[in-house]
Design a protein around this ligand. Sequence first.
Ligand code: FES
Length: 255
Amino acid sequence: MATTALPAQRRVLRRDLWWLEPLFIVVGLGLFVVYAFVTGVQTSGYHYAPYLSPFASPCISANCETYSFGRALLPAWFPPAFFVVWIPVAFRATCYFLRRSYYRAFFWSPPACAVPDARSGYTGETAFPFILQNVHRYAWYLAALLWVVDLYDALLAFHFPAGFGIGLGSVLMILDVVFLGLYVFSCHSCRYLCGGYLDRFHGKPVWHRMWSAVSRINTRHGVFFWLSLLFVVLTDLYIRLLVAGVITDPRIVFG
Ligand code: FES
């Protein structure tokens, strides 16, 4: 009798909820990409003194509502987010953690452990376009630089027109920069740069301490990825709601 059963290597024997993780990734990343696109094309609503949305930082085009470095460096037709958006895109899209996640969730390559690959062949990251994933360590330098600018913005968020103070927006901006920092500095490329490239640590205690510190946070890299994504959205949304007059900012200003 003819059988229509799948070959053994194509069958899914797992009976647990293995599909939950890929589903979470598709929904989470999908929502973030839609939100980032919508907010990225806006030319206003991202600044509520002293808060500046991380999506619009550094703000250097002539139509900026504030200037990160004191003056405009680009013409007015340049939407604020467009200058920097390629840096986090290049950095996150080539992140080792995210690669694993979207290869599983979007390409089903494979969708989970012990679940067959949707494709019959495997070329790895040796051919175009996936060979471009190798730019990750270079994207790290730019992302680290951008983090310094975000830190500067977060510190300015305590500088109110009437003097030093603290508002809910200041707290959100600090949390955003903390989680972004944990994400950037727990990166595998950072771990490599902080001594991972050495064959041995004998006689190099400083490198060993740096490598150990990065290794400790590296184990939570995936968590920091999602937290940094969440807080960049929360911070931007909070500032936009303030600008729209939907909410008010609870704050204490010491003068
Ligand atoms: S490995 Fe994820 S940011 Fe570098």
